[in-house]
Design a protein around this ligand. Structure first.
Ligand SMILES: [Zn+2]
Length: 177
């Protein structure tokens, strides 16, 4: 049952492509970057021109859900994301999630579904306290914490965590002088 964690990771990655997280630079500025993002996450790539704006809207929706994690709103919001796109169920014999995406679905449809599944799985299994804003003071990022201990603090641990460590190190050195 790690499927929801994988999907939640995609939701986190999507949210953190936003210009707010990168000092104004959008990491999904065009269809090519969107196709690359989808391919990176093994999502069937079928992008249409309208997908770019649709994915940007989806990104905002998911970000709002993560930033204001109320259990009911998370479930309602995520259910909207999964409803229009596909048929989602759990296989009776294996307890694995089974998704059949409708023919002709786009990358927006697939991303909506994955974000919805990720949010629902985490709300259900781990709880709404796993939806957080990044702790780095200068970062506007947000993330879903699917780690076992649940103590993740940064949207991009390698980046934001390191920035904070470097800043702390400098502050310590400055106060030692
Ligand atoms: Zn961050």
């Amino acid at each position: 049952m790690d499927d929801y964690a994988w999907a939640a990771g995609i939701a986190t990655d999507l949210v953190n492509t936003a210009p707010e997280v990168w000092h104004g630079e959008d990491k999904l500025p065009d269809l090519d970057s969107l196709a690359a993002f989808a391919e990176l996450h093994s999502i069937p790539v079928d992008t249409r021109p309208s997908d770019l704006r649709a994915v940007h809207r989806l990104r905002l929706t998911v970000r709002d859900l993560i930033n204001y994690p109320d259990r009911t709103e998370l479930i309602d919001g995520a259910s909207v994301l999964t409803s229009a796109v596909a048929r989602l169920t759990v296989l009776a014999d294996s307890a694995r999630w089974a998704v059949s995406i409708r023919p002709g679905s786009t990358v927006t449809d697939s991303l909506s579904l994955l974000c919805g599944v990720g949010i629902l799985g985490v709300v259900q299994v781990l709880g709404p306290e796993r939806f957080r804003k990044c702790s780095a003071p200068s970062c506007q990022g947000a993330f879903i914490d699917t780690t076992r201990p649940g103590r993740r603090r940064y949207c991009m641990p390698g980046l934001c965590g390191n920035r904070v460590n470097v800043a702390n190190h400098r502050a310590r050195r400055a106060s030692a002088r």
